[in-house]
Write a protein that binds this ligand. Sequence first.
Ligand SMILES: [Zn+2]
Ligand SMILES: [Zn+2]
Length: 518
Amino acid sequence: MGVKKIAALIVGIGCVWPRPSLVEAHLSPPTPRTQLLWLHYDGTQFRLIRSQLDSDATSSYTPSPSSSGTFRLALESEDGRVLFVSHFDDPRLIHVDRVTEEGDIHGEALLLPETIVPLRVPYVEEATRLRISGGNIPTGVLPLEAPIEALDATGALPPYTTQTIIRTGPSCNRLDIVFLGDGYRATEMEKFDRDVRAFADHLLKTPPYAAYRYAINIHKVNVISRDSGIDRPSLGLYRDTALDMTFDFEGVPNAVYAPVESEYKIYRAAALVPDADLIIVLVNERDLGGSSGPLKNISVVTTHALGPELLVHELGHSLAFLADEDDGPLAPPLREPMKVNVTLERTREGLRRVGKWDYWIEDAQSPSESRTRVGLFEGGLGASYGVFRPAPTCKMRTLGQPFCPVCAEQHVRRFYFYIRPIDAVSPPPIAPLSVHETTADTLVFRVIPLEPSPGRLHIAWFVDGLPLEHHESSLSLPTATLSPGQHTVTVVVTDRTPFVRWDPSGLLSSRVSWTLTR
Ligand SMILES: [Zn+2]
Ligand SMILES: [Zn+2]
């Protein structure tokens, strides 16, 4: 009976715990509280619009903060101690993709005149100010106001209805994608619904998303516009739409985006789904257009027939931080790019030095004879010479092609910024279990893995640090085997997906420990 009592409660990992501070000690990697800093940037200075405690500590917080980028961000205490440092690139930078009839991508970088961006940093109670330097602008020191718990980060919420299209599990351990519509009138909400389902369906059929579809929730916000379609300045067409999306943004042909006031509207509408990790703006237009901001979690795409495929590519920028692998007339960058799928290096040794895909290159006579076909192929970042990509083809180069192994791997690593391989455990590991309190002969421990790709998760059990020859999801431990004193039972669940060969931060593994006293 005692066992039943203990095992009755299944507790979701990363979800709301009864006593969070105790539980976090049992989780690896630890999940510190995070906050969102909403910054406005116009090319000359940063302003802090709002700081907001994050309700979903497991979402896009980066465990190892970026060590390079145009700007340096530091959280400082009142007496000037540096409590946290991270780097980030110019948030005004967005990718604009043009697509040829053959599906070839031609990416272009567009610098927005001004922008807002939510940056996620750890919540440090002592921090009283934010210092931002770099990028040839004067160093800005911004006082940090007390974080505001409310999800309403950017003003009053509009009265749109929301709907969850696909729910696979609790948002605290899922990648939550929200679709917003622009250029859909009230009478077109059924079309919006059909469009969202078609785009989501294509996304979830595409590797590596397909292998992780049970780790993804899909939501939509029924954003209603007065007019159908969006502005087409080059054709002299102007429409009144809820999110003010326009073609030819900033005079760039086909660029579909919107001014900073719209970014406020986008974040406000997306805040109606507070668990959203990624925002997709679906634009009700037949011509093809797509763009994405890697720092913003926003991707924009039109409802052209190639739109669903272009969306997967855009998420390659905004979710997986990938570069375009396109040829073109641009000069190679002067320094090694940060993106994992392009390099200036010309040898395998060079790749190893910069921490890129040498471990995907197989020892065949030529890349065409290897299974992965990964090697060094010239052309990428819009430069036909001097920049190298991992494979002949990839969705970051041509629509309709699968992602190359390096880009697919990066996607899966990014999924694991939002999810963990353990969905839930029982009993709750929040307080030491006393063997005396149970009359049962056996203690039962259970783990419910987040099963994105069935059979690929590896379960390992340890008692007092010693591995057991047991790999099932539940462990029965006879109490008689425990000597008097304190013991620990640990379960480690690891995703052994073939998509990932290198996981330096251990993202694909998670662990829970129970403490027992007898
Ligand atoms: Zn692109
Ligand atoms: Zn690729």
